[in-house]
Design a protein around this ligand. Structure first.
Ligand SMILES: [Zn+2]
Length: 302
């Protein structure tokens, strides 16, 4: 079946937010809604599923989609259609594709990790245009990535290629929720930064406040972001050397803080990168805003 002209309902499932949109054949988002992802005590797999389905119902109404395109926080298993997002603990081996097939039995469901769609959308329409080897990077509750190499999205056999949050940057570093140690995510995700700043005596409430404090020059906030930027830079350098990257497009809630994160990240990267080919890498902010995930998921599904 050709799906190039199909009506596509697209979902972007993150640990912080759920987004759903209707994407037409030209890639334009005609409807779009965002809700917080259910989290905390008592939230089980069904509760998260119900929130996703309710959001889809709200966005598509009584529509008749041919394709449901899904970007989901990783890891995902594209072969079995199950997901186990590190930062959505209610879902472990959750059969997301089956749940969506039940919601819309006539539709084809296409599943990718959440950052590959962002990378694809930014590469086609946004801050990644013209890049030959692109890493899309999201800094939020978790840290995810997606690769577009030689103009083509690279999902990998299980759909998890580019999962940079779980690249280890310290051999005996802190335990990560993934089971590993010293992962980028244990330094540079929003919750990791908050935890570190609090350990150092900072008393603020949340990540936006931490960013504002850093912008105002508060020393613990500045040092926390520099530590996170250094871990991210080490992870990006690993990816740049392995994949000969020429651009990183950074999106996600934490990255929305802008240069208070991006400037230390660029400095840390250039302090670490020695090889000429790795030093040509540009680190730029995402340009497409909150629609990027659904635009990219729809593009991948077509
Ligand atoms: Zn990890």
């Amino acid at each position: 079946m050709s799906t190039s002209g199909a009506r596509v309902a697209a979902l972007d499932i993150g640990a912080t937010k759920l987004a759903a949109g209707l994407v037409d054949r030209d890639g334009a988002v005609t409807r779009f809604t965002v809700r917080p992802t259910p989290a905390g005590e008592g939230v089980d797999a069904a509760a998260v599923r119900d929130a996703v389905v309710a959001l889809l119902d709200e966005v598509v109404g009584g529509g008749d989609e041919d394709v449901v395109a899904v970007a989901c926080a990783g890891p995902v298993d594209a072969a079995t259609g199950t997901v186990s997002p590190v930062n959505i603990p209610a879902w472990r081996d959750f059969p997301l594709v089956r749940a969506l097939e039940r919601w819309r039995p006539t539709a084809r469901v296409v599943l990718h990790n959440d950052v590959l769609p962002l990378a694809v959308a930014e590469h086609r329409l946004g801050a990644g245009r013209g890049a030959q080897a692109l890493l899309g990077l999201v800094i939020s509750t978790g840290i995810g990535g997606g690769l577009v190499l030689a103009g083509e999205p690279v999902p990998g056999p299980t759909g998890n290629a580019g999962h940079i949050g779980h690249v280890p940057v310290e051999l005996d570093g802190p335990r990560c929720q993934c089971g590993g140690r010293g992962c980028v995510e244990t330094y540079a995700s929003g919750p990791s930064m908050l935890a570190h700043a609090r350990q150092q005596g900072w008393r603020g409430a949340d990540v936006p406040e931490l960013m504002a404090a850093a912008r105002a020059g508060e020393p613990v906030a500045v040092a926390t972001i520099e530590r996170a930027a250094d871990a991210l830079a080490a992870g990006i350098l690993a990816a740049a050397v392995l994949c000969d990257l020429d651009r990183v497009v950074v999106g996600g809630g934490v990255a929305q803080a802008g240069d208070v994160v991006l400037a230390p990240l660029r400095r840390a990267y250039h302090r670490r990168a020695g090889l000429e080919f790795a030093r040509r890498l540009e680190i730029v902010p995402a340009a497409l805003g909150p629609h990027a995930g659904v635009i990219g998921a729809a593009a991948l599904a077509r």
